[in-house]
Design a protein around this ligand. Structure first.
Ligand SMILES: Nc1ncnc2c1ncn2[C@@H]1O[C@H](COP(=O)(O)OP(=O)(O)OP(=O)(O)O)[C@@H](O)[C@H]1O
Length: 263
């Protein structure tokens, strides 16, 4: 394969993906083609189906129907090849939190088959860059939300994956840590790797991503470059509200009892 075809290859290709939980349709037959080497935002309101989609794309949840390929490998037929090439920061951060940060990275690295000395070197650098060196011997269970996100990110990056999937990586993270995470992710995508992250913070997606997919009620409403998805709207937020059909809704009109004055 030439450099050119490699560069054009999709990082993720999803076709006809469905997931139902009982009566609830979480993901309703979506198609997605996420280009390699981009900073990609999967955006949508609460309950849109972002987490369910990312869980199916990363091999954590079996779809009812449809196929997912990550860097050319089928996630469900070739899971080992896919898992070797991806890093995942899942929602809810189910980490082994009775380990210290350093131990968690050592464990993740060895699980990925990296030699001990290489794990040590990479762990030291990641802990340093993510400003966790001072807390490396503290148990992860005692970390703050932002620290947990950062150690989860370090564990997901340790084996230098081709594609990194992050579910709400900035939620509960202070501005300083957010800037640190952002710097690490920008450096990572500059080297040709792909980041796919879910968020409902439009300003963040607009400032970080070069490619966006908008999801609502289990369907993809738009996908393309930031400029394509934004169209003529003044901001991604405005385009998003238009796409998910929330524009003009007066959320306060029924709450006539709310406010100071009469009880
Ligand atoms: N395990 C489950 N059992 C039942 N219903 C579920 C389950 N997981 C998700 N759902 C439902 O599927 C729909 C999509 O949920 P999902 O968590 O994928 O949305 P999301 O876009 O990630 O939302 P948020 O931004 O609030 O995290 C929701 O209606 C949710 O209630």
């Amino acid at each position: 394969m030439t450099e050119g075809t490699l560069a054009k290859r999709a990082a993720v290709r999803v076709q006809g993906l469905w997931k139902r939980f009982g009566e609830q349709v979480a993901v309703a037959g979506i198609d997605l083609e996420l280009p390699a080497g981009k900073f990609i935002g999967l955006v949508g309101p609460n309950g849109a189906g972002k987490t369910t989609t990312l869980s199916m794309v990363t091999g954590l949840l079996r779809p009812d129907q449809g196929t997912v390929e990550v860097v050319g490998h089928d996630v469900w037929r070739d899971p080992v090849a896919v898992k070797a090439r991806i890093g995942v920061l899942p929602e809810g951060l189910r980490l082994f939190d009775r380990l210290s940060g350093r131990e968690l990275l050592a464990y993740s690295g060895r699980l990925r088959g990296l030699p001990g000395a290489e794990v040590d070197k990479r762990a030291t650098q990641l802990l340093d860059v993510l400003d966790l060196a001072g807390a490396q011997h503290k148990l992860v269970v005692d970390y703050s939300t932002g620290m947990r996100k950062k150690i989860g990110l370090a564990a997901a990056l340790l084996h230098n994956p081709e594609v990194l999937f992050l579910d709400e990586p900035f939620e509960g993270v202070d501005p300083v840590s957010a800037q640190t995470i952002r710097g690490v992710l920008e450096r990572y995508t500059d080297s040709g790797a792909t980041v796919v992250f879910s968020s409902h913070v439009m300003e963040l997606v607009e400032s970080l991503c070069d490619w966006v997919a908008v999801m609502a009620a289990g369907r993809i409403r738009a996908q393309g470059t930031l400029a394509e998805v934004r169209g003529d709207a003044p901001s991604l937020q405005a385009a998003f509200l238009e796409l998910v059909g929330a524009n003009g809704r007066d959320a306060g009109s029924d709450l006539d009892w709310l406010g100071g004055g009469a009880r």
